[in-house]
Design a protein around this ligand. Structure first.
Ligand SMILES: CC/C=C\CC(=O)SCCNC(=O)CCNC(=O)[C@H](O)C(C)(C)COP(=O)(O)OP(=O)(O)OC[C@H]1O[C@@H](n2cnc3c(N)ncnc32)[C@H](O)[C@@H]1OP(=O)(O)O
Length: 719
């Protein structure tokens, strides 16, 4: 709702009241319409201020209402009525003015913001565009290039930037509502014609056609099939080329297409999934609501390779004191230089001072003595990690949380090597750790809920999408990825090429297909793991036995490519060829194609024609099937956890909502039928056998994804 009061005798004060973010629900919109009417018809009121309660202006339209039937007054006429008012309307912006919230403010004649306020039109991140006039008013106010930037990216700006761009008229360090009331009194009675943004001509940059073409090329390149960024460019182009009313019609048409596209539903699911993973739980029932995190003021990072450096930067940028430890002098000096330049680059981008003095460097592991939490980021080697943990247990003060940054090693085994296993958790960062948004917080059998709560809270402070998961080989992300990559290898054996597989996956929306990604991250990484597991065996053995491990189908193709010294971009050769080592432009490689032909011939495999549909079904459904197994095993608490991991850590396109959401949109019966089909065709791949949970969900009528937790809970209670 919205409260109406009077301030300083002559100012009508409308306060939006809809905690926690004052979203514009039907009730709030109705209350705004009613209170604006009261203020405008009260002869004593000379001007009006609109603000939000609890220091938060407005988080935009109520996203929860998007799925249902539209009730209450629509936003557009409400904002028009505010703009058309014959008394000055002033927005007092504290906290967030986002989406419909900023559009409401743009309908006002003046905007006063607190210095800590954040403003933006993030609709594109929800698969939408600013369709309450935002796409038409913002370019008229700040010009096309800046409006294009903000609307197509959803970038949020600070009050200082908003002032520089001309979005707000004044920024205050003091009480924003008081400042707005004072301002409103000062402009009472002044003409308003020049303050109604919808009447402004849209400033057209000299070469606007080229500008829009470039903007379109840019969004098409990065959107990977997402419709909203493209529609945002089209809407801003309408603002620049059409009269306001026609622009509004275009905005409405574009919005209608997006609203019914399915992509918006997927992205809104991701928005709520991101919040749902914060309400984590462990199989014991302990969780976010019952476990209090310990305070962490000082942390240590052990091992300053690529991961350790990124983690150090991320911790320092969060405001923590960090002790960065590397035993070798040369590596320590190199790491110090790299961390310093990463911090300086980041600070320059944010216009802030680099947090250099928060970090101290040491070669001595005893420097951990006074830290609250340690993140060990040494080489992926269990013996080495066990030794580091043994030393940490000796030197850390009691109660220090011991975290291991590992992508696959057994957290329980590490914990068993310490006197306090309850203090041990996994923190699986993704490279580069100061950039990538995902963090898997891995709890072992003995990890205490408090340790998990502490790691989860630290992840949140670092700005990561943090997901609590159970301990198993590969945790959630890499465990599922193995099946996806394996299918891609099998497809090569059966007749596909890296180009075909990657093309299908990139068309689906991944930034890179399996093979281009493998070239980027280095083929040798997986090869080393397979060798350690006894899977990769040297030589070019032929016959079926060369392609069987532990009774299941295995493809040695990746191992054979590695034996040629082809490790991807860093060696200039991998699944593709590159101009030189380190180059990023992948070109098709005739050597690889003839290698595949020889390989098939040697193993008696006859290449068949494979289409993109099969590539998608084999790779994606195998991955999804493992996701169901992970839910069945209780390694992830719900489908949202898996989807957040895939969208934020593995390049899964957000407009497809994550693998589990995607499966629900394809239809669980269809996913089940295709898995059954492929399992029948490939009985030597047991992983293609549909998971019991998938069968159970189909048998219970394929409930929507938000109801899967109930089925999973029931399943676990019966076990
Ligand atoms: C015609 C169409 C016109 C307009 C279209 C729009 O306006 S679309 C909406 C545009 N707005 C946004 O995209 C903002 C979304 N919200 C946020 O980015 C953050 O919530 C915000 C406002 C920056 C606050 O962040 P904070 O970290 O403080 O809180 P949190 O994100 O955990 O949110 C708290 C709870 O509020 C719920 N919520 C937030 N925004 C909305 C919203 N716009 N509608 C409905 N609900 C919203 C959020 O889900 C959290 O609730 P929970 O129960 O915990 O899930």
């Amino acid at each position: 709702m919205a409260q109406y009061t009077r301030a300083s005798g002559f100012v009508g004060l409308i306060t939006l009241q809809n905690p926690p973010v004052n979203a514009l629900s039907a009730v709030v919109r109705q209350a705004i319409v009613d209170t604006v009417k009261i203020a405008l018809s009260d002869p004593k009121v000379k001007s009006v201020v609109i603000c939000g309660q609890n220091g938060n202006f407005c988080g935009g339209a109520d996203i929860k209402e998007f799925g249902g039937e539209m009730t209450g007054p629509p936003l557009i006429p409400m904002i028009h009525a505010i703009e058309a008012a014959n008394k000055p309307m002033v927005a007092a912006i504290e906290g967030n003015a986002l989406g419909g919230g900023l559009e409401l403010a743009l309908g006002c004649h003046y905007r006063i913001a607190h210095s800590k306020a954040r403003l933006g039109l993030p609709e594109v991140t929800l698969g939408l565009l600013p369709a309450a006039g935002g796409s038409q008013r913002l370019p008229r106010l700040i010009g096309v290039p800046d409006a294009l930037d903000l609307i197509t990216t959803g970038r949020i700006v600070t009050a200082a930037e908003a002032l520089r761009l001309g979005i707000v008229d004044q920024v205050t360090e003091h009480n924003t509502v008081d400042a707005a009331v004072k301002f409103a009194l000062s402009v009472a009675g002044q003409p308003l014609d020049a303050r109604r943004i919808s009447t402004f001509p849209c400033p057209r940059p000299p070469d606007s056609d080229a500008l829009f073409e470039e903007a379109m090329r840019k969004v098409r390149g990065s959107a990977r099939g997402a419709m909203a960024p493209v529609a945002c460019v089209q809407a801003v182009r309408a603002a620049a080329t059409l009269p306001y009313e026609r622009g509004m019609e275009r905005e409405k048409e574009l919005m209608a297409t997006l609203f019914t596209s399915g992509q918006a539903r997927a992205l809104q699911y991701v928005f709520f999934a991101q919040r749902a993973v914060g309400r984590w739980s462990m199989p014991s029932g302990a969780g976010w609501d019952t476990s209090k995190p310990r305070p962490v003021n000082k942390a240590a990072v052990i091992g300053l390779g690529t991961m350790g450096r990124g983690i150090t930067v991320a911790l320092a940028q969060t405001g923590l004191s960090v002790v960065a430890i590397e035993t070798q002098e040369k590596q320590l000096m190199e790491a110090k230089q790299a961390v310093t330049s990463m911090l300086e680059r980041g600070a320059k981008r944010r216009g802030a001072a680099p947090a250099l003095d928060r970090i101290s460097y040491s070669r001595n592991i005893q420097a951990v003595a006074d830290v609250d939490l340690v993140i060990e980021a040494v080489f992926e080697d269990m013996a080495l990690k066990l030794e580091v943990f043994r030393q940490l247990s000796a030197f850390c003060k009691p109660g220090t949380l011991l975290c291991t940054n590992t992508s696959a090693l057994d957290v329980d085994e590490l914990a068993r090597g310490t006197p306090n296993p309850e203090l041990v958790v996994g923190m699986h960062f993704f490279a580069p750790a100061h950039v990538m948004k995902l963090l898997e917080v891995v709890y072992g059998k003995r990890s205490s809920p408090q340790a998990v709560a502490t790691a989860m809270q630290l992840g949140k402070k670092m700005g990561k999408a943090s997901v609590a998961v159970g301990n198993c080989r590969g945790f959630v992300g890499n465990r599922m990825l193995r099946l996806y990559v394996e299918q891609a290898f099998f497809l090569l054996e059966e007749g596909a090429t890296p180009e075909l597989v990657d093309g299908a996956l990139e068309e689906f929306g991944f930034p890179m297909g399996v093979f281009r990604m493998s070239d980027l991250s280095g083929l040798d990484v997986g090869w080393r793991t397979r060798k350690a597991a006894g899977q990769a065996q040297p030589g070019e053995a032929s016959g079926q036995s060369a392609r069987i491990r532990n009774g299941s189908r295995y493809s040695p193709i990746g191992d054979l490519v590695c034996e040629q010294g082809r490790f991807g971009q860093k060696t200039g050769r991998g699944w593709y060829q590159y101009d030189k080592p380190g180059s990023r432009v992948a070109r098709s490689d005739p050597w690889l194609h003839s290698f595949l032909e020889q390989y098939r011939a040697r193993h008696g495999l006859v290449a068949r024609s494979i289409d993109r549909q099969e590539v998608l079904e084999r790779c994606l459904y195998a991955l999804v099937n493992e996701g169901f197994r992970i839910l069945e095993d209780g390694i992830a608490a719900g489908p949202e956890d898996i989807d957040v991991i895939y969208v934020f850590g593995y390049g899964w396109p957000g407009h497809r909502g994550g693998p589990m959401f995607y499966a629900s949109t394809v239809g669980l019966p269809k996913v089940l039928e295709r898995l059954e089909h492929y399992h029948q065709a490939h009985p030597d791949v047991p992983d293609l056998q549909p998971c019991g949970l998938l069968r159970r969900l189909v048998a219970s009528g394929s409930p929507p994804v938000h109801r899967w937790r109930e089925v999973i809970k029931k399943l676990h209670s019966q076990l």
